[in-house]
Structures are given as structure tokens and as C-alpha cells.
Design a protein around this ligand. Structure first.
Ligand code: FES
Ligand code: FE2
Length: 397
């Protein structure tokens, strides 16, 4: 058996003591996280293939940073980011229909619906109705959309809301970028998405997905006879972290799951020959490797496996409210049989995610009683311990 305290032995700097609960429930701690984390670090806000054509745009609401942003692909094929606020009287330029709003403009412009000011994809103010009625001091060139720092990695779009970011995206990602280099994210482009608002702190949501200790209990329904064999290859990379989740697949699948797996293999609990994983992932070629679980600080989890990748994102809305977005990607199905098998995998995954999210609001409510001051972590909950240390460091910086 593995040393039961091996992660502590590898990372004694993280300690082994209990973890305070207050940062999950205190409104003032959340205010500090907003200022020191969400308004300062690089945030993953989408994929390039969500806005594939010139003039496509996506508006994303970032409540924790008190803004919403427009990501637009210009006629020059460049994706830029701007705050979604009009220079006239501060209305949102693109009217939002939810946490994410998509649109397309052939002319690659956006128009504020209040009084019709028109902006280009580069943010320039292009047209002001009745412009002659404004005064001499009004300079169109000074009144474009407010730009936001944007950069890209492996097809992911990142923004940084700081006026002057502390580092470049490449510096921020550090070793994390190299760890996933070569994984065919773009090839596995068939996506399904679930999202919901949860009455819990964003870290409660993060923590519930950042360990495999709960697999035997919480997922007994969706993945019966699937048991966690623990984490492997834990790597802490600056504020980011990654590990392999290993599972014993003891069960004969249900007849329907067996058929679906043989057609598409699009489920997480299917054994597949590994052909697309970069050498840094499952380096020992373990049979029980199920997927790589990584956390791109602060709020994005990226998981990869053979033929599958999926993400969870936790967008804080309040100290006890979070928008959760789950996205699952596989190869686009080519036949009806593959389509059906993919839908089956999607349903299975939805059920597992319902199991995961089911504990979060209970945890938050119970924590808010303040009857317990701390939580106690075991060795395989090291990603949570690391998260706590990183958040603490940022908030107290
Ligand atoms: S507020 Fe946008 S045009 Fe007036
Ligand atoms: Fe889970």
C-alpha cells in the first residue's frame, strides 16, 4: 500500500492541520477575494471556437469583478476584450440575456440600444447620432469602449481586469501550460454544457470537485462499483495544481452502458487505449488511470482523459452564491449510433454532476452555523489544502 501520508511528505510546507471555515462564509473575506484575486489574475472566460467567425461576439458577466465583458472577433480575425459599458451614459452596450450572451454582427460592430452609439470590434467609437449637438470638448477618439487585457492559450480565452497585470498569461500559467501541451482540445469539439446557480461559496464548489474521496459514496448511483484508488502524480505548480484520479472499474456495465461504451467510449468510466495524452499525464501508464484533474487558479478545473475533456468553472456572485458551469467535450459523432452513445455518456455525466452539486448547498448552510470552526482534510484532499494556502496568500498579499 502507498504511504498514507505521501502528499504531506512531498509537501510538508502545506502542513497537516485543520483548515478554517471562516473564508467560506465571511462576507468581508469574499470582498478581499474580489479585489485581490478576481480583479487581478488571469481568468479563463471562454474558447476561441465559441466565436469562430469575424463579427461573432460573446458577452460574459463577471459579477465578482463588478463587470461584464465583450469578447469580439474583428474583421482582422483578432479577438479583443472590452468592458460592456457605453461611453455615453453608462448603459450596457450589448443587452445581456443571462450570464453569457452570444451574438453576431456582419459589420463587426455593437450598438448601444439606449441612444444608438456604435462601436467597432477594436472598441473605437464609430458613430454618434446627432453628434453635432455634443460640445467641442467631446472627443470621439477618447470615448471608445474600455479595453481589457486579453490573451490566449490552447484555444482558451483569458482576460485580466487589472489596469496593469502583475504578469503575462504565459508567466501566470507557468508549468501548467507545458503539462497539457499537445492534448487535442480543439479536436474534441463536440460540447454539452450544464450550468446553475448554487447557494454556496465558490470554494465549496471547487473543493467538492477537487478530490476523489467522495467517489465511493456520492457516485455510487451513477458509477456503481467504481472505487477510488486514490490520487497519483500530484503536482503543485505555483497557484495551479493537478493530479491523476485513479478508479477501479469493478463493475460490468449495465447493458445499455456497455453498448454505448463499445460505440463511442465517451464515458469517463470506460477503459481505452491511451493515444492522445501528453507524456506528462499518467506517466506510469497505470491501468486504473481515469482522468487528469487540474485546477487552473482561481476558478477553472480542466480535466482530460482519452477522447474526453471537461471543465468546471465557479463564478462567485456573492460570498454564498456561485454560478457553476460544467462543460464536457468529445469528438464530434459521425454516425447516429455514435450520436446516441455520446448522448448516453452525456446523461451519465449529468447524473454524476447532479450528485456532485447536491452536497454544496448543504455544506454551505451547515458551515454558516459556525458550529464548526475548521474542517479536517486527509492526505488525498491535498488539492483543497493547496487551494486554501494559495487563496490565503493572495488575499493577504
Ligand atoms: S447610454 Fe449608450 S448610447 Fe446612450
Ligand atoms: Fe464527483
Amino acid at each position: 500500500m502507498n504511504d498514507p501520508h505521501r502528499w504531506l511528505n512531498e509537501h510538508p510546507e502545506l502542513g497537516s492541520g485543520p483548515i478554517p471555515i471562516e473564508p467560506y462564509i465571511a462576507p468581508d473575506w469574499y470582498e478581499r477575494e474580489r479585489e485581490k484575486i478576481f480583479k487581478k489574475v488571469w481568468l479563463c472566460v471562454g474558447r476561441m471556437d465559441e466565436i469562430p467567425k469575424k463579427g461573432d461576439y460573446k458577452v460574459k458577466r463577471l459579477a465578482a469583478a463588478d463587470t461584464s465583458i465583450i469578447l469580439m472577433r474583428g474583421k482582422d480575425d483578432v479577438v479583443r476584450a472590452h468592458h460592456n459599458i457605453c461611453a455615453h451614459r453608462g448603459n450596457t452596450v450589448v443587452t445581456e440575456t443571462g450570464p453569457e450572451t452570444f451574438g453576431r454582427s456582419k459589420a463587426a460592430i455593437v450598438t448601444c440600444r439606449f441612444h444608438g452609439w456604435v462601436y467597432g470590434a477594436d472598441g473605437a467609437l464609430k458613430h454618434v447620432p446627432s453628434e453635432e449637438r455634443f460640445y467641442q470638448c467631446f472627443d470621439k477618439k477618447q470615448n471608445g469602449l474600455s479595453p481589457i487585457h486579453v490573451d490566449f492559450w490552447e484555444g482558451f480565452i483569458f482576460v485580466n481586469l487589472a489596469e496593469t497585470p502583475d504578469n503575462s498569461l504565459a508567466e501566470f500559467l507557468g508549468d501548467y501550460a507545458g503539462h497539457f501541451a499537445g492534448f487535442p482540445f480543439a479536436e474534441l469539439s463536440y460540447q454539452f454544457t450544464y450550468h446553475t446557480e448554487l447557494e454556496c461559496n465558490w470554494k465549496v464548489a471547487h473543493d467538492a470537485f477537487a478530490e476523489a474521496y467522495h467517489v465511493d459514496t456520492i457516485h455510487a448511483g451513477s458509477f456503481p462499483n467504481t472505487f477510488s484508488t486514490g490520487l497519483q502524480n500530484v503536482k503543485l505548480m505555483g497557484p495551479h495544481r493537478t493530479c491523476a484520479v485513479c478508479l477501479t472499474l469493478g463493475a460490468t456495465p449495465t447493458p445499455v452502458a456497455g453498448i454505448a461504451n463499445s460505440i463511442a467510449g465517451a464515458s469517463l468510466v470506460t477503459q481505452r487505449a491511451e493515444t492522445m495524452l501528453p507524456p506528462s499525464i499518467n506517466p506510469d501508464k497505470r491501468d486504473d488511470f481515469a482522468f487528469e484533474l487540474s485546477v487552473l487558479f482561481p476558478n477553472t478545473l480542466i480535466h482530460v482523459s482519452e477522447g474526453i475533456w471537461f471543465t468546471h468553472q465557479f463564478w462567485p456572485i456573492a460570498h454564498n452564491r456561485t454560478l457553476w458551469e460544467g462543460r464536457y467535450y468529445v469528438r464530434p459523432p459521425k454516425t447516429n449510433a455514435e450520436r446516441w452513445a455520446t448522448e448516453h455518456a452525456m446523461t451519465l455525466q449529468r447524473n454524476a454532476w447532479l450528485e456532485d452539486t447536491a452536497t454544496m448547498e448543504d455544506t454551505q448552510r451547515a458551515m454558516q452555523s459556525r458550529a464548526k470552526k475548521v474542517q479536517n482534510l486527509q492526505d488525498d484532499e491535498i488539492l483543497i489544502r493547496h487551494s486554501t494556502a494559495v487563496v490565503d496568500e493572495y488575499v493577504n498579499a
